[in-house]
Design a protein around this ligand. Structure first.
Ligand SMILES: O=C(CO)[C@@H](O)[C@H](O)COP(=O)(O)O
Ligand SMILES: [Fe+2]
Length: 222
């Protein structure tokens, strides 16, 4: 199933409650929330209190992308704040299996993220334990960067690995530099959850952007 997850990082921070409501009304499937700590990535964004505050404005699934060191310390805070899916970077988890079990024990779905230079075969031992893999298609830390073209082969390798692992329902999410020009390429390669920030929140109408993205997504999968 194809899903569109607009990334709040590119939205107008002065009206976040309203943005979240409009994003849901316009037909987004999830809301992607980028959490950055200034250590794992060279940028700072939101914490659990912000997630809790915007939770009041919609029932959208909250997809929380943790770009933070020591993620185990904050899992409960983000689930309590309203996260439905928590995604952790393999590069930040010394005990990845334990972190995944903790996310699930808290009642959230568990996702795992790979930086562009991290190979997919690292996921083989935990593939049966996760709900989603996120392939970073830029280096994490900032919105508005250009898509890394080698990501297409990486998505294909991941898709093959998941298929060879037997019947399962792991979502393949992509994040970074996704536009109307490349969204069909990533879907044809095997991705089904599309994160887009600057291509969704920009000077054009939010509802038009979401409509155009969903049309392009479903046309790719036809
Ligand atoms: O996690 C990140 C960046 O680290 C992303 O979620 C960005 O927010 C995507 O923004 P665009 O590349 O679509 O502008
Ligand atoms: Fe993200």
């Amino acid at each position: 199933m194809l899903k569109l997850a607009p990334s709040l990082l590119a939205a107008d921070f002065s009206t976040l409650g309203q943005v979240v409501k409009e994003t849901a009304d316009a037909g987004a499937d999830m809301l992607h929330i980028d959490i950055m700590d200034g250590h794992f990535v060279p940028n700072l964004t939101f914490g659990p209190d912000l997630v809790k505050a915007i939770r009041l404005h919609s029932n959208l699934k909250f997809d929380v992308h943790l770009m933070i060191e020591n993620p185990d310390l904050y899992l409960k805070a983000f689930v309590d704040a309203g996260a439905d899916i928590i995604t952790v970077h393999v590069e930040t988890c010394t005990h990845l299996h334990r972190t995944i079990q903790q996310i699930k024990a808290l009642g959230a779905k568990a996702g795992v993220v790979l930086n562009p230079a991290t190979p997919v075969n690292l996921l083989e031992p935990i593939l049966k334990d996760i709900d989603m893999v996120l392939i970073m298609t830029v280096n994490p830390g900032f919105g508005g960067q250009s898509f890394i073209p080698q990501s297409i082969d990486k998505i294909k390798r991941l898709k093959k690995m998941i298929t060879n692992n037997g019947p399962c329902t792991i979502d393949i999410q992509v994040d970074g530099g996704i536009t109307l020009d490349n969204v069909q390429d990533v879907i044809n390669a095997g991705a089904n959850v599309i994160v887009a920030g600057s291509a969704i929140y920009n000077n054009q109408a939010l509802s038009d952007n979401i409509k155009r993205f969903k049309e392009a997504m479903y046309a790719a999968n036809a």
